[in-house]
Write a protein of this length. Structure first.
Length: 365
């Protein structure tokens, strides 16, 4: 009988790990990178540990629960959990530091390691989606990180660890008929179509580029907000969601809280309680919309569909984070991932960037 590939990865990590070296565990979601880190900590019995997470949910609940799940309660006594947004303020000395979802590690939050305010003997980075940003890659090189173990999401699918998936792209056109978009300055407001507003903002940006004039950040922000809040996307998302079977379990990644509210489905974001999240995880409801949270480190079971209404304009490896939310192994099931985008706009470029790490054979339009 073939051995579980996750066990083989664990054994490889335990055998190759070296104290005093900074190393990376590059494994796709659902392979068990948190368990790998915990087993390394158990083997080496570190006396002081700093564990850095991308959000407070993992800091306060998700990761400590993983310690208990893998019989590492004793390690909780010597482990301090913090978020990346407070790492730059951390002072002191640690035997071991875990950088969970290391794509959030940056020159800004790592400053203590270079000033000497934060001293760490060994660093272990965890991610299934390494950052492609030049400054972050250079940071890892500067700290002499090497790869401990690696398993791609396709390897995990091929070895039957997680379910397969299919991405269905849904191209949309900017509305050029209905004047639904407010424009102009205070006291001089007027209405435009999505197409008119987009063309105006883009023409100003491109003109300033051409003549080498400074471009006000407001122009880029306005164009981004137009795309994120385009009624065309909202109506298309509503139509798509209504076409899916009500008994199918669907995760919806929204642009913002207003969009989630207009869709009318139970929602979870940083400003809501986790009531709807718990109801979804317990199977009491079948649809849940998410806004800028629930993407990293949260596990969802029995997901049939993932709907991504907006690809981030500044993708940092979170495309797999979103689609992988539904990749827990389900025998004979394929996860359907729907991505909406506005063609012939920068939204199309953002979508292509979002899909850079995705197997092209999984994409249909």
């Amino acid at each position: 009988m073939d051995r579980d590939p996750r066990q083989l990865i664990l054994e490889e990590a335990l055998n190759k790990f070296e104290i005093g070296k900074n190393q990376l565990i590059l494994v796709g979601m659902r392979v068990g990178k948190t368990k790998l880190a915990i087993e390394i900590m158990k083997k080496h019995n570190f006396k002081s540990i700093l564990w850095v997470t991308p959000n407070k949910e993992l800091r306060d609940k998700g990761t400590p629960e993983e310690f208990k799940k893998w019989s590492a309660e004793e390690l909780l006594k010597v482990t301090k959990f913090i978020c990346y947004n407070s790492l730059h303020k951390e002072r002191g000395a640690y035997d071991f530091m875990v950088l969970d979802e290391i794509q959030s590690f940056s020159p800004n939050n790592s400053v203590g390691l270079f000033t000497g305010d934060l001293k760490v003997e060994t660093i272990l980075g965890l991610t299934g989606t390494p950052s492609k940003h030049k400054d972050k890659r250079e940071l890892l090189e500067k700290l002499k990180f090497s790869t401990l173990v690696e398993m791609s999401i396709n390897d995990a699918i091929n070895t039957d660890i997680i379910s397969d998936y299919q991405i269905k792209l849904i191209p949309l056109e900017l509305n050029s008929k209905d004047k639904l978009i407010e424009s102009g300055l205070k006291g001089r407001k007027f209405m435009q179509t999505e197409f008119e507003k987009y063309c105006y903002l883009t023409s100003v940006i491109e003109y300033k580029k051409k003549v080498h004039l400074p471009i006000n950040k407001f122009l880029y922000t306005s164009r981004m907000h137009l795309i994120y809040n385009a009624p065309t996307k909202l109506f298309a998302a509503l139509s798509l969601l209504q076409s899916l079977k009500k008994e199918e379990r669907t995760l919806i990644f929204c642009s913002n809280t207003e969009q989630a509210k207009l869709l009318g489905y139970p929602s979870y974001n940083s400003k809501t309680s986790d009531k709807d999240l718990k109801a979804f995880q317990e199977g009491k409801i079948n649809q849940l919309s998410l806004v800028k949270t629930g993407t990293v480190g949260v596990t969802y079971k029995d997901i049939d569909n993932v709907v991504i209404i907006q690809c981030d304009s500044n993708n940092q490896g979170y495309s797999y984070q979103k689609l992988s939310r539904g990749l827990l192994k389900r025998q004979g099931k394929i996860l359907n991932v729907y991505i909406l985008y506005l063609k012939d706009t920068v939204d199309e470029l953002w979508t292509k960037k979002f899909l850079e790490d995705v197997d092209v054979n999984k994409i249909v339009e």
